[in-house]
Design a protein around this ligand. Structure first.
Ligand code: ATP
Length: 514
C-alpha cells in the first residue's frame, strides 16, 4: 500500500512537471481542491470529452446534446431535493481541528473488517497450501464468522442511521466503535451536523433585489428542465436521450486524492427517457454499454468492476457504479442510475406546467422514466493517467518514464524531429509537420539529443516520433518510432498519414463500440 501511495505521489508530480495539472492559484499557495489543466492536460481532457460525446451523439440515432447554463432558477434545486437533502454529515475533532465526513469515518471502519477477513483468508491459504478450499473456509471458519457478524451489525446500524437522518446515532456509532482521529489520535469529537454541498451566490445588482442562486451541483437538472424543448423541436420519440458536458460545483467537506474529489469539476451526463415499466431493461443495457465504452480504451479489463447500490437514493429504483482501480483502491468513476420519474414529476409539481410526453404509439400521455449515466471527466482523466504511468527499466540500465496513454487520447499524436539542426534537415522536418498538422496534433522538436527528445515525448504519451536524417533527403523516408515498443521502422513520408491515422483517430475507438 505504501508503495502504491508512493506511485500516486509520483503521478501527481509528473502531472505538474509535464503540464497536465497545476494546483489552482499556485502563486497564492493554491485553493483547496481546485485545479487547473495545463497545455497537455487540456488536450487529454478534450479528447476524453470528444470520445464520450461522439460515442453518445454519433453512435446513437436517438441521442442529442445540449449545453445548458450553470445558473438555473433556484426553485429547480428545491424541486430536485438538493436544497433539503444534498447534505453530508460532518464532524470535527476538537484537538486536531480537522473536519471529517461522519459517514466516511464509519465506512472506513466497516472496510477494516473486510481487510481483517482477507488477512485471515490469506493466512489460512499459506498454512493449508494446495488443499485449501477458500469458499468453504469463508463460510465455516468461526473467526471469520465472528468478524462478518460484527461487520454486518455495524453496517446495519449505520444504514439505519443514514436512512433516518439520525445525526446523534452517527456520532454514537463513532464513539462506540472507538474511532480515533488519524491526526490527533484522540476521540474528542464534536456533534455531527448536516452540511449542504451547494455553493450559493447572488444574482442581480442591488442587495434587496438580488436573488439567491446556486452553482449547479450536477448537470442533470439542466437536461430535465429542457427535455420537452428538445423532444418537441427535435421531433424525438421515446426512447431518446440527451447528453451534456459541463461544470458542476460541490463544496466537498474533505477534498483529498488530487483531482478525484474536487470542488469545481466537470461531468458528462446522459439522461435517457423511456416508457414507464421498461426502465430496468434499459438500466441493464446502459450498464453494459457504458462498461464497453471504458474497456475499449484498453487500460485493462481487470481494472473495472461494478458496485451495485444496496442503499438507494430517494429518487432511484436501481443504481450501480463503475469503479476503476486507482492506486488508492477501486473507486467510483461513473454512476448509472434508474431515476424513475422523480425529477420530471417534481418539476411538474413545482413549476405547475404540464411536462408530460404524448406517446403516439400508445395514444397516451405520461411522465417518462429516466436512466442516467453520469461520469466525471476529471476522475476519468485520473484513471487514464494513473493506469498509463510507468517507470520502465531499459536494457541499458536506464529507466524511462512513459505514459502509455490510449493513442486517440494522447495530447500530441506525433513529434517530428530533425536528427541534427543543419544540412536542410530542420526544413524537411517542418515540411512534414506542415503536411500532418491538419489531421493530427503534431509538434516540432529540435532541442537536445535525439534520445532526450524521445524521452520527453514518452513522458507526455506521444504515440509516434518521426525522425528526419540525411537519408530522408535522398529517398524520402523517415524513422517512425513507436512509443510503447520503442520499435523504429523506416517508412516513406507519403505513407505517414495513413499509418498514424489508423492508430490515433477517435474513429478507431468508436468502431470498437459498434
Ligand atoms: P462520491 O460518492 O464519490 O461523492 P457521487 O456518488 O456523489 O460521488 P454522483 O453524484 O453520482 O457522484 O456524480 C457522478 C459522477 O461525477 C461521479 O461518478 C464522479 O465521477 C463525478 N464526481 C462527483 N463528485 C465529484 C467531485 N467532487 N470531484 C470530481 N468528480 C466528481
Amino acid at each position: 500500500m505504501a508503495q502504491q501511495e508512493d506511485v500516486f505521489k509520483k503521478i501527481v508530480s509528473h502531472a505538474k512537471e509535464y503540464g497536465f495539472v497545476f494546483p489552482s492559484s499556485e502563486i497564492y499557495d493554491g485553493l483547496g481542491a481546485v485545479y487547473d489543466y495545463g497545455q497537455n492536460g487540456v488536450e487529454l481532457k478534450n479528447n476524453i470529452k470528444r470520445y464520450w460525446w461522439d460515442s453518445m451523439t454519433m453512435l446513437h440515432e436517438n441521442i442529442v446534446g445540449i449545453d445548458s447554463a450553470i445558473f438555473m432558477h433556484p426553485t429547480i434545486w428545491k424541486a430536485s431535493g438538493h436544497v433539503d437533502a444534498f447534505n453530508d454529515p460532518l464532524i470535527d475533532n476538537k484537538d486536531s481541528k480537522k473536519r471529517y465526513r461522519a459517514d466516511v469515518l464509519i465506512e472506513e471502519e466497516i472496510a477494516k473488517f473486510d481487510d481483517k477477513i482477507e488477512k485471515e483468508v490469506a493466512k489460512a491459504k499459506k498454512r493449508f497450501g494446495e488443499s485449501f478450499d477458500e469458499a468453504l473456509f469463508r463460510e465455516t471458519n468461526p473467526r471469520i464468522q465472528e468478524i462478518v457478524a460484527k461487520r454486518d451489525a455495524l453496517h446495519e446500524r449505520f444504514a439505519n442511521a443514514m436512512n433516518n437522518n439520525d445525526l446523534n446515532e452517527l456520532r454514537q456509532i463513532i464513539i462506540d466503535q472507538e474511532i480515533v482521529d488519524p491526526i490527533s489520535g484522540t476521540r474528542n469529537w464534536t456533534d455531527v451536523r448536516q452540511f449542504n454541498l451547494m455553493f450559493k451566490t447572488e444574482m442581480g445588482s442591488t442587495a434587496d433585489g438580488a436573488m439567491g442562486v446556486y452553482l449547479r451541483p450536477e448537470t442533470a437538472q439542466g437536461i430535465f428542465v429542457n427535455y420537452l424543448n428538445v423532444q418537441k423541436t427535435g421531433r424525438m420519440r421515446i426512447p431518446f436521450g440527451i447528453a451534456q458536458i459541463g461544470k458542476a460545483f460541490r463544496n466537498e467537506i474533505v477534498a483529498r486524492q488530487f483531482i478525484f474529489r474536487m470542488r469545481e469539476f466537470e461531468q458528462m451526463e446522459m439522461q435517457f427517457f423511456v416508457r414507464p415499466g421498461t426502465e430496468l431493461e434499459w438500466f441493464k443495457q446502459w450498464k453494459e454499454t457504458r462498461l464497453r465504452w471504458h474497456k475499449a480504451l484498453g487500460l485493462g479489463d481487470q481494472k473495472y468492476r461494478y458496485h451495485d447500490h444496496e442503499k438507494l437514493a430517494h429518487y432511484a429504483n436501481a443504481a450501480t457504479d463503475i469503479e476503476f482501480e486507482m492506486p488508492f483502491g477501486f473507486k467510483e468513476v461513473e454512476g448509472i442510475h434508474s431515476r424513475t420519474n422523480f425529477d420530471l414529476s417534481q418539476h411538474e409539481k413545482f413549476s405547475g406546467k404540464n411536462i408530460k410526453y404524448f406517446d403516439p404509439e400508445l395514444n397516451e400521455s405520461y411522465v417518462p422514466y429516466v436512466i442516467e449515466t453520469s461520469i466525471g471527466v476529471d476522475r476519468m482523466f485520473l484513471s487514464v493517467l494513473c493506469s498509463s504511468y510507468e517507470e520502465q527499466p531499459l536494457e541499458n540500465g536506464e529507466t524511462r518514464v512513459v505514459l502509455h496513454l490510449p493513442a486517440p487520447l494522447a495530447p500530441t499524436k506525433c513529434a517530428v524531429m530533425p536528427l541534427v539542426r543543419k544540412d536542410g534537415l530542420p526544413e524537411k522536418a517542418r515540411e512534414i509537420v506542415n503536411s500532418l498538422k491538419f489531421d493530427f496534433a503534431t509538434r516540432y522538436d529540435e532541442k537536445d539529443s535525439i534520445g532526450k527528445r524521445y524521452r520527453r515525448q514518452d513522458a507526455v504519451g506521444t504515440p509516434f516520433c518521426i525522425t528526419v536524417d540525411h537519408q530522408t533527403l535522398e529517398d524520402n523516408t523517415v524513422t517512425l518510432r513507436e512509443r510503447d515498443s520503442m520499435e523504429q521502422t523506416r517508412v516513406n513520408i507519403d505513407d505517414l498519414n495513413a499509418l498514424i491515422h489508423d492508430r490515433v483517430s477517435i474513429n478507431a475507438l468508436l468502431r470498437k463500440l459498434s
